[in-house]
Design a protein around this ligand. Structure first.
Ligand SMILES: C[S@@+](CC[C@H](N)C(=O)[O-])C[C@H]1O[C@@H](n2cnc3c(N)ncnc32)[C@H](O)[C@@H]1O
Length: 248
């Protein structure tokens, strides 16, 4: 495992342990621990959280991709970097009856927490998979919607992740992602810091680079909507974006 990937894994193994002893002020998030305040607060309604019996405090994301995805009963959904599983469980309810929600994560501690949350939610149409988002353990054209929440920025090879998302989607399938993006160039010093990479800052890329990677992978009509921004004095500027695209 590369140094960057190990820094990311180790950070989220620690975050999973913090989340496991949940409190509403839990401070384990990508966005909340020495990372940018990405405006994720309030992304989930109390109503939808009550339905799955878990708290917003288990989100380490930067938005709510399940709303963006416009999920329908019968669809198959894959969440890249599913963490404690909140978006997977919400998706599972939305695609029911007949649909299925997969979560994929590389961190064992997160998968354990996600499986506990699945049991609490009492949902049968959910599977958490162990693996890398750069090498998704699902067949070609097997998924209707790929979602992800604050994860693709953490990957060293974002093009590989985006190509995998495209590969597993059926023709006409949708990509609906919340992610951090670079809005003003980050300093060279911060780009090299492993802690800032794992904290969703240093691995961010500009929107035009993201768009080019989507188009290169074969996605049509990529759309970006920045919904929160964070200036980091002496470091640069990042933001949380909703990103949508379709496999033609
Ligand atoms: C910032 S957290 C977001 C978790 C979740 N999406 C959420 O919104 O709460 C990032 C998650 O992605 C996982 N992750 C990061 N890079 C990964 C990779 N290359 N392959 C698989 N999982 C990865 C981490 O283990 C962690 O659980």
């Amino acid at each position: 495992m590369s140094e960057i990937k190990e820094a990311v894994r180790s950070r989220y193994a620690g975050a999973a342990k913090q989340l496991a002893v949940l409190s509403p002020d839990s401070n384990a998030g990508c966005c909340q621990v020495d990372g940018p305040d990405c405006g994720c607060a309030g992304s989930y309604s109390a109503d939808e959280l009550n339905q799955i019996g878990i708290s917003d405090a288990v989100s380490l994301g930067c938005g709510n991709p399940t709303v963006l995805a416009d999920l329908k009963p019968g669809e198959v959904v894959l969440d890249l970097g599913s963490g404690a599983g909140l978006d997977v469980l919400l998706s599972a309810r939305r695609v029911s009856p007949g649909g299925h929600a997969y979560g994929l994560d590389m961190t064992d501690e997160m998968l354990e927490l996600a499986n506990r949350n699945r049991e609490k939610a009492g949902l049968a149409n959910v599977t958490f998979l162990q693996g890398s988002i750069e090498d998704v353990p699902l067949p070609d054209a097997s998924v209707d919607v790929v979602i992800s929440n604050c994860v693709i920025n953490l990957a060293e090879d974002k093009s590989a992740v985006i190509k995998e998302a495209h590969r597993v989607l059926r023709p006409g399938g949708r990509l609906a992602v919340a992610d951090m993006v670079e809005l003003e160039p980050l300093s060279a010093a911060v780009k090299k810091r492993l802690d800032s990479w794992a904290g969703c800052i240093s691995g961010t890329i500009p929107i035009e680079e993201y768009r080019a990677a989507l188009i290169d992978a074969g996605f049509a009509e990529p759309e970006f909507e920045v919904h929160a921004t964070q200036s980091l004095p002496g470091v640069g500027k990042v933001g949380s974006a909703y990103i949508r695209a379709r496999k033609s």
